[in-house]
Design a protein around this ligand. Structure first.
Ligand SMILES: [Zn+2]
Length: 103
């Protein structure tokens, strides 16, 4: 089960964009990477094709999950994520700072 999911707000803790926050737009589980809105924007030089013009487009490149921390909705702090088993079965994520569930 993933510690970081789509729609989570995360803080970048490594790299040149350290300190930025953004919302996870996409998770790439196989690479353990996430695409965060507004973070790690790269310019790509696209060749023109029939369906679209060429030129330079900007898009977010995936960053590794170890370089971000989830920001808790309850306490607004960047936190480590823990897991707990629910009574009815299934796991739920919780915040290590304030102990509230993250989902
Ligand atoms: Zn919290």
């Amino acid at each position: 089960m993933a510690k970081i999911r789509r729609e989570d707000t995360v803080l970048v803790i490594k790299g040149k964009e350290r300190g930025k926050t953004g919302v996870v737009r996409q998770v790439v589980p196989r690479q353990r990477r996430v695409i965060v809105t507004g973070v790690n924007i790269v310019k790509r030089h696209m060749r023109p094709r029939a369906d679209r013009p060429g030129g330079i487009i900007e898009r977010e490149a995936p960053i590794h999950v170890s370089n971000v921390m989830v920001i808790c909705k309850s306490c607004s702090k960047p936190t480590r994520v823990g897991f707990r088993f629910r009574d009815g079965g299934g796991k739920v994520r919780f915040c290590h700072q304030c102990d509230q569930p993250l989902d």
